[in-house]
Design a protein around this ligand. Structure first.
Ligand code: BG6
Ligand code: MG
Length: 229
């Protein structure tokens, strides 16, 4: 049976749920600018890079349409400073259920584990979660020229491992992330609703359902062998 050579995990929404902390930090910034955002809007920011997220928020208010790049960078820094403060509150207890066991099983099988995140705080978050030693390689926003949905975040990790893309499995919770995995020609595992992730090649509702054997079975049925045909 063909086994994958690498698993590449998204961070926010797969390993831990930092989306709420991003939301709180963006909300405080938006409030200070007189812009209202809610959790529904926050869904649109999942997997989206820092500056692009800021642009989406500013686009809600026509009065903010001509801010200088310098001002935008200052706003993004203000949000990030607050977000990093909030990261001080997370610990191993914030690892999403099922993830620790899954990482352990993958490693026991001798399969490489990579992180593919749009966050420049990825290493910091993994350290707070005490998971840094479980990852063989980390790709964050600072290492790629094009963020998700471009495949570069995922192909960068596979290239580092020296493995074929079809031998990799990417696990993602954001629609743009699943698109990135598919565009990389890897096998996509989506964590979320069928409505949000119709393009995931294998999908679970939440991380508790991320079972190694089931993922491998799906990969062997629909992944590498199907793509090789
Ligand atoms: C992604 C999050 O992982 O990282 C986004 O889903 C976030 O919400 C993006 O905007 C960038 O994160 P950071 O930490 O570099 O601002
Ligand atoms: Mg995510």
């Amino acid at each position: 049976m063909i086994m994958p050579k690498a698993f590449i995990f998204d961070l926010d929404g797969v390993i831990t749920d930092t989306a709420e902390l991003h939301y709180q930090a963006w909300k405080r910034l938006a409030d200070s600018l007189g812009i209202t955002i809610d959790r529904e809007f926050n869904e649109e920011l999942k997997g989206v890079g820092r500056m692009e997220s800021l642009e989406k928020i500013l686009a809600l208010d026509p009065k903010q349409s001509d801010l200088s790049l310098e001002r935008k960078e200052a706003l993004a820094t203000e949000k990030n400073d607050h977000y990093v403060d909030l990261l001080g509150t997370i610990s191993e207890d914030d690892i999403l259920p099922g993830i620790t066991d899954l990482l352990k099983t993958i490693r026991q099988q001798g399969i490489k584990v990579g992180l593919g995140s749009a966050s420049k705080n990825a290493t910091h978050v993994l350290k707070e979660l005490k998971l840094i030693d479980q990852f063989d390689y980390i790709v964050d926003a600072a290492q790629v020229s094009k963020g998700k949905p471009d495949p570069e975040t995922f192909t960068n990790a596979a290239d580092h491992f020296g493995v074929d893309y079809v031998e990799c499995i990417g696990i993602e919770d954001a629609p743009s992330g699943v698109t990135a995995v598919n565009s990389a020609d890897m096998f996509s595992v989506g964590v979320g609703t069928a409505e949000a992730l119709p393009h995931a090649e294998y999908r679970v509702d939440n991380t508790t359902e991320l079972d190694f054997d089931s993922i491998i079975q799906a990969y062997q049925s629909f992944g590498v062998s199907a793509k090789a045909e």
